[in-house]
Design a protein around this ligand. Structure first.
Ligand SMILES: [Zn+2]
Length: 253
């Protein structure tokens, strides 16, 4: 399993609205950095033409007016791209990145997000004709509205944001959804850990993140030639964030 991470992601003051939440990357890397079975890979920034696969030129220009924010967001998109490049070989990859992307629309964004990291990664693979279909599981506490907007024209891309009230039903909803899919070219996971029982979502336990990782691995084995990758979205309960990310990754690998 490969972990995409750049030390620049430790910087939390790139967004002037205070939205980048200091300490998140440390909370994760302090735990998964200890795992000897994970190989760490340093990402490259996304090229502007890659960003433009998912975003309108005028929106990209607006972000570019804040060079520091643009550079950070391009590096995050690059980490997602590299995770997808590894994932498509059948080796699992997790991109530990910031800013997150699932609230980034084609022409706007909110909720800490800037560029659609998942959208850019998948649209690039599609443009290169390496995939024609995709499945995205987004288990963040919040709906990936931006991802849906960016990928809305792509009929062969199916997206699941589970809505169930409790963890048992939540896991069941994921199982029922993927059971109906017989074949897909790649599995992408928008991994948002604010669905944790002590975070804003008040739902999932650490063992549930492990189980979701296992389910996506098994689904990818059955229906997607093992091709799978995951990227970080939300997650703000710092004392347990690292162990939750680790649990997901251990299930996913
Ligand atoms: Zn969230």
């Amino acid at each position: 399993m490969k972990i995409l991470f750049h030390e620049k992601f430790y910087e939390s003051d790139y967004a002037d609205n205070g939205a980048s939440v200091p300490g998140r990357m440390e909370a994760i890397m302090d735990v998964i950095g200890q795992e000897r079975s994970f190989e760490h890979v340093r990402p490259r920034p996304a090229e502007e033409e890659e960003v433009l696969l998912a975003h309108a030129p005028e929106y990209v220009e607006t972000i570019k007016s804040n060079r520091r924010l643009y550079d950070m967001a391009a590096l995050a998109a690059g980490a997602a791209i590299m995770a997808s490049d590894i994932g498509i070989t059948g080796e699992p990859a997790f991109a530990c990145l910031r800013p997150p992307g699932h609230h980034a629309y084609r022409k706007s964004s909110w909720g800490y997000c800037v560029f659609s990291n998942m959208g850019i990664a998948l649209l690039r693979l599609k443009q290169q004709k390496r995939i024609a279909s995709a499945f995205i599981l987004d288990f963040d506490a919040h709906t990936g509205d931006g991802t849906r907007d960016v990928l809305s024209d792509w009929k062969q891309c199916r997206i699941l944001n589970p809505y169930a009230d409790n963890s048992q039903e939540y896991i069941g909803e994921i199982g029922a959804f993927v059971k109906k899919i017989s074949s897909v070219d790649i599995v992408g996971v928008c991994a948002g850990f604010d669905s944790y029982q002590k975070d804003v979502g008040r739902k999932l336990a650490t063992s549930d993140f492990y189980m979701i990782g296992v389910m996506m691995k098994q689904f990818a084995r059955r229906a997607a030639h093992q091709r799978r990758f995951a990227i970080l979205e939300g997650g703000y309960f710092l004392p347990d964030l690292g162990k939750n990310v680790l649990a997901f990754c251990q299930g996913f690998l």
